[in-house]
Design a protein around this ligand. Structure first.
Ligand SMILES: Nc1ncnc2c1ncn2[C@@H]1O[C@H](COP(=O)(O)OP(=O)(O)O)[C@@H](O)[C@H]1O
Ligand SMILES: CC(=O)OP(=O)(O)O
Ligand SMILES: [Mg+2]
Length: 400
């Protein structure tokens, strides 16, 4: 069975084509800068070589069409015909409270995702465009939606409600939803297999630290709290997002500078976080290099970034009455030893002891704590696309 996974962003489409029996990735790539000058498709060939294909792409249907063309390209295509694709799985950002698992896409599901556009204005419209494009180009192929919010639907009320007048929850669904759920679900399950421990009784803190970042407290395999909220803005300091901030500061700034909600949103989502403090870049590799050279701004930024991770790990250990495993994933979590060290440095009181040698690992499943560390600290590379493909296959086979 061949399954195509699409992750449609507002100006990008990432994709992976899987052969499910062998779990082999037949093709992968990403289209960037949709409806912007200089749009291009970057594909990775089976031999690992990368290829850039430039073409002006103005909207998502043309983007999906372009990806389909490369999938069947006589020279570097992965399939002879699109008929070989059995199903398409989509990452959908916001499923609201309607979905606690993945679903086969039909008109009702599309309507529900449309209704969540207000809650995920940057992502949901783009996710829908991807779904419409496949409907148009491959009308007979089943499609599955895998929601970023689904895994977090097990959070108890006391964790997901905001202490604002209850009527706003009732009227607009203003509550905490959480994101990166597909990743938190995958790594929290995978780490139990990796360590050979039962899911039941486990207390795991999963730190998905990428450009966007979130942490989840996973008890008995279920999420009981996570750092992102109504939108992916809450919680950790991120590449360009501020994370937790006093609502009062936002109101103050809007009044002082006469900012509209859209302008304020732009500042908090795109100009804050690492970029806001470090100024030069939102990329953690650049920050790490600058910090190693002793640059003050870089050190300040790192200190803020690591501190929030530490703080939430402490909070979630308290929320679960203890912690057995702390897990790092995402671009930063998988690769950056300095970030893992910075996040865990003061956690000795919890029984956390990192091994500096083991901590040097990159993009590989590994235990990075010492043998006598009470809490196991582990790196598990995430694979959101494989999870989406697996859910899609399970739904087609009637297993989900
Ligand atoms: N090899 C690496 N070493 C250090 N940092 C890395 C490495 N690879 C990626 N990163 C960092 O990970 C972040 C991107 O993470 P990623 O999970 O790919 O983001 P997202 O999926 O949110 O776009 C960037 O800050 C980048 O600098
Ligand atoms: C929810 C979210 O932050 O997604 P991403 O990491 O893809 O930006
Ligand atoms: Mg990501």
């Amino acid at each position: 069975m061949k399954i195509l996974v699409l992750n449609c962003g507002s100006s990008s489409i990432k994709y992976k084509l899987f052969e499910m029996e062998s779990r082999q990735v037949l093709a992968q790539g990403g289209l960037e800068k949709i409806n912007l000058p200089g749009s291009f498709l970057k594909i990775t060939l089976p031999n690992g070589e990368k290829k850039i294909l430039e073409r002006e792409i103005k909207e998502h249907t043309a983007g999906v069409q372009f990806i389909f063309e490369t999938l069947t390209h006589p020279e570097y295509g992965a399939v002879k015909s699109l008929d070989e694709i059995n199903a398409v799985g989509h990452r959908v950002l916001h499923g609201g409270t309607k979905f606690s698992g993945s679903v086969l896409i039909n008109d009702d599901v599309i309507r529900a995702v449309e209704e969540c556009c207000d809650l995920g204005p940057l992502h949901n419209p783009a996710n829908l465009k991807g779904i419409y494009a496949v409907q148009q180009l491959l009308p007979n192929v089943p499609q599955v939606a895998v929601f970023d919010t689904a895994f977090h639907q097990t959070m108890p009320e006391h964790a997901y409600l905001y202490p604002i007048p209850y009527e706003y929850y009732e009227k607009y669904g203003i509550r905490r939803y959480g994101f990166h759920g597909t990743s938190h679900r995958y790594v929290s399950k995978r780490v139990c297999e990796f360590l050979g421990i039962p899911v039941e009784g486990s207390r795991i803190i999963t730190c998905h630290i990428g450009n966007g970042g979130s942490i989840a407290a996973v008890k008995d395999g279920k999420c009981i709290d996570t750092t992102m909220g109504l939108t992916p803005l809450e919680g950790l300091m991120m590449g360009t997002r501020c994370g937790d901030i006093d609502g009062g500061a936002i109101l103050y700034l809007m009044k002082k500078e006469g900012l509209t909600p859209d302008q304020m949103s732009d500042i908090l989502n795109k100009k804050s976080g690492v970029l806001g403090i470090f100024k030069r870049s939102s990329d953690m590799r650049e920050l790490e290099d600058a910090s190693a050279r002793g640059e003050e701004l870089a050190k300040r930024t790192e200190a803020m970034y690591f501190y929030r991770i530490t703080k939430y790990i402490g909070a979630y250990a308290a929320a679960m009455g203890g912690v057995d495993v702390i897990l790092f994933t995402g671009g930063v979590g998988e690769n950056q030893a300095t970030a893992r060290w910075g996040a865990c440095e003061t956690l000795g009181f919890l029984g956390v002891k990192l091994d500096p040698e083991r901590n040097k690992v990159r993009s590989k499943e590994a235990i990075i704590s010492t043998d006598d560390s009470k809490v196991k600290v582990v790196v598990i590379p995430t694979d959101e696309e494989l999870m989406i493909a697996t859910d899609t296959m399970d739904i087609l086979n009637g297993k989900l």
